[in-house]
Design a protein around this ligand. Structure first.
Ligand code: ZN
Length: 400
């Protein structure tokens, strides 16, 4: 048998680019890449020396991409990493990476970690020391003193200090940056929607990111903070509740993504009666929930780009559940093919990886999942993960 070669046959292959889906398809994976795809009957005999997997009608889609997670959080009702040791945090990051992978997600962006654990684990995965998804880590989120997300970042104030902090995170290995432009749901004492880092501070971070060719994500809920982030030129607005038409127009013009993280609000609201949760968290999530969905519908209808980000790790929102965000997107009126795009090629575009992952195309990295059922007919089929291949390696399988 030829080394590093896998043939997947008898599958329905979803084409997120041109919708030229292939029935009874086959994919040849060689040296971590997609070497060929076509009809099963067209596989050349010479290819048959590889490990052949008969998928018996399963649907094959690109490895999914979740552009907003927190690997150091595990969905606790009241997350507080300030009391957690660095070793505990690292173990959580590794455990959550594994859950991510078995949920069919082969690429994530970690949007803020209490220390450098997500960066270090991403390096270990990249060098194949350990198994896990490809992680684009933002390192520690950048927030103002006393601002939202203290346990997921570092407090820093003023243009020059923000500039230095951005440089330090990049030096440590961050492949994107995260700024906290407003208050949020999870930090008691911060006002949801109140502006935090200002326009000049965010602009300095964007400038540093651009020098290295990396992107900036902004946590932004509330009109003023969202506008500060948009005007400063960030690449994605995370959450985006209370987004106005002016904001939507500017996002469209500048090509800024909206990552609504519908799951994060939904899970807190769904568990509102659970007394374990902080009461201000519940109250703030309820307050922002409806508007969050409304803002997403408005931005999408106006043509703003979007991708799937679950904010995994927040209360009752464990890792490995990207299907929840996909279902909520469907409830908001997005078509099934556009949801699959949001969870693959659009996420890849935001992470500047669209030349390498995000679709099943020849010469791209072989990040491939197989599911039972067809998500183009029933979105929930995306939950039925049978096989996950990352960079040509089988990293999860329930096939006999
Ligand atoms: Zn988040």
């Amino acid at each position: 048998m030829e080394k590093n070669k896998i043939i997947l046959k008898n599958c329905f292959i979803v084409d997120v680019n041109k919708e030229n889906h292939i029935t009874s398809g086959a994919i040849v994976v060689r040296d971590g890449k997609i070497a060929w795809l076509g009809h099963t009957t067209d596989i050349e005999w010479t290819e048959k020396s590889a490990k052949v997997i008969d998928l018996k009608g399963l649907t094959v889609v690109p490895g999914l991409i979740n552009v907003h997670v927190h690997l150091c959080l595990s969905g606790e009702a009241n997350p507080n990493l300030l009391n957690q040791s660095d070793i505990e945090t690292t173990i959580n990051v590794m455990d959550n990476s594994n859950k991510t992978l078995s949920g069919g997600v082969t690429t994530i962006r970690d949007c803020g970690c209490s220390n450098s654990a997500a960066i270090e684990v991403s390096k270990a995965i990249e060098s194949k020391k350990i198994k896990g998804p490809r992680i684009v880590s933002t390192g520690r989120a950048l927030l103002m003193t006393g601002g939202h997300g203290r346990f997921l970042g570092r407090e820093v104030d003023g243009v020059e200090n923000l500039r230095q902090a951005a440089r330090e995170e990049i030096k440590a290995g961050a492949k994107a940056l995260k700024v906290i432009a407003t208050g949020g749901v999870l930090s008691p004492g911060t006002e949801i929607g109140a502006p935090e880092l200002n326009y000049e501070e965010i602009s300095a971070v964007v400038e540093e990111a651009r020098k290295r060719g990396i992107t900036v994500a902004a946590h932004a809920i509330g009109t003023t903070g969202i506008m500060n982030a948009i005007r400063a030129g960030v690449d994605s607005i995370e959450h985006g509740s209370y987004l106005t038409n002016d904001g939507i127009d500017l996002m469209k013009e500048k090509g800024i993504f909206h990552i609504p993280t519908l799951t994060a609000y939904h899970r807190v609201v769904e568990n509102s009666n659970n007394s374990k949760m902080d009461s201000t968290t519940v109250q703030k999530a309820n307050q922002a929930h409806d508007d969050n969905m409304k803002s997403f519908i408005n931005s999408r209808q106006a043509g703003v780009k979007f991708a799937t980000g679950t904010d995994a790790g927040t209360p009752y929102n464990p890792h490995g559940n990207i299907h929840m965000e996909m279902r909520l997107m469907e409830e908001s009126g997005v078509s099934k093919i556009d949801i699959l795009r949001a969870a693959t090629i659009k996420g890849a575009e935001l992470l500047q990886l669209e030349d390498r992952v995000g679709s099943i195309s020849e010469n791209k990295i072989a990040d491939i999942i197989a599911v039972e059922g067809n998500p183009l007919e029933n979105m929930d089929a995306i939950k039925n993960i049978k096989l996950v291949i990352k960079e040509g390696d089988i990293v999860y399988s329930t096939l006999q």
